[in-house]
Design a protein around this ligand. Structure first.
Ligand SMILES: Nc1nc2c(ncn2[C@@H]2O[C@H](COP(=O)(O)OP(=O)(O)OP(=O)(O)O)[C@@H](O)[C@H]2O)c(=O)[nH]1
Ligand SMILES: [Mg+2]
Length: 323
């Protein structure tokens, strides 16, 4: 069963293809079997039970799965739907509804604002620095002037890595020595963005030491204070980078982070390397935070803006046949 797209997506065809490709492993996993369930002749309790099982095994999470299946069943019942292909369509719409979650539009390109400050947070190894490199490239291609701040001063290698990504993306990186005060880095980066570099967007790379939650909280607070003193209402977005390969653990991580910082969006990295793509649904439903971007590989242009329709279309279309 291949569906037509119900709505024109606001992301480019190229991004749609990237998002679609990054779900290859997920489609090959348990979630790729959902389409097969709806090829049954009739809608039965077994169908719903099996759907629940596949969703739970596909990292959608118990709570989100139960809500999703319940909402789908209820609509199928009240609308008197008897055909499985129509029920499948309802499932698809309920998934999209869940993913849209009333989120406001992403607030990175705001023409009324001189400088947009975006904090990027997440645990070690989640993909922060890589995602910032990709985002710098992404927005440069949209003709924005971008600056990066190396506020993860915990490790010298972290600063160097950001510089490498900055060079690849062709944007300036403001850095201090290792162990410097991250607040001071942000202060300088904002000044540089406003003055000599005349930037539109500043991405701030941060350290992700979750084991010292208190220190993390203090550090984030300081960075936020420095930013908001210099730029009205900054940071304008705080993106949490979650590693899709950790599946349901990503939810726990996000909840812990949420205690220290107010997250406005998620960048889901490494979607290409996992069959656990169902976690996208759990993130939207359980955290109430929109997924804004997904990482689709290790190269600089391996990033796509997230779109619920494209995601659901890609997820629920037929499993890929291996070449
Ligand atoms: N396949 C794939 N790999 C990714 C993606 N994003 C990041 N990675 C890899 O994940 C690893 C960790 O990425 P980093 O960007 O260093 O993560 P980090 O959060 O900055 O890590 P720390 O600075 O140590 O806290 C690297 O090997 C990246 O190449 C993605 O979308 N797909
Ligand atoms: Mg890093």
């Amino acid at each position: 069963m291949v569906f037509r797209r119900l709505r024109r997506s606001r992301i480019t065809t190229e991004e749609q293809e990237k998002l679609d490709r990054s779900l290859h492993k997920t489609r090959q996993g348990v979630l790729g079997r959902i389409g097969g369930l709806f090829q049954a002749n009739e809608i039965s309790d077994d169908l719903w039970d099996e759907l629940e099982e596949l969703l739970i095994r596909g990292d959608v999470g118990v709570e989100t799965t139960l809500k999703l299946v319940e909402a789908t069943r209820e609509r199928v019942r009240t609308q008197g739907i008897k055909r499985t292909d129509e029920a499948y369509q309802v499932l698809r719409e309920e998934m999209v509804r869940l993913l849209q979650s009333g989120a406001p539009p992403l607030d990175i390109e705001n023409p009324d604002r001189l400088l947009t400050v975006v904090l990027v947070v997440g645990v070690n190894g989640s993909g922060k620095t890589t995602s910032i490199g990709k985002l710098a490239h992404y927005y440069r291609h949209r003709h924005r002037r971008v600056v990066l701040a190396a506020a993860d001063t915990f490790r010298a290698a972290a600063i160097d890595q950001l510089k490498v990504w900055g060079a690849r993306a062709g944007v300036s990186v403001i850095a201090h020595e290792p162990d410097a005060d991250p607040g001071a880095v942000v202060y300088d980066a904002i000044r540089a963005s406003q003055e000599s570099r005349d930037a539109d967007i500043l991405f701030v790379d941060t350290a992700g030491r979750l084991h010292t939650n208190y220190n993390l909280m203090k550090e984030m607070e300081k960075i936020r204070n420095v930013a908001s003193r210099q730029v009205h209402k900054a940071p304008h977005e705080t993106l949490l980078v979650l590693d899709a390969t950790t599946g349901q653990n990503a939810i726990t991580q996000a909840q812990k982070f949420g205690e220290s910082v107010r997250i406005t969006g998620v960048v889901l990295s490494k979607l290409d390397s996992t069959a656990k793509g169902g976690v996208v649904l759990a993130i939207a439903e359980q955290l109430g935070v929109p997924v804004r971007f997904v990482g689709t590989g290790e190269q600089i242009d391996d990033i796509a803006e997230f779109d619920p329709w494209v995601f659901v279309d890609s997820l629920l279309n037929q499993p890929d046949t291996e070449a």
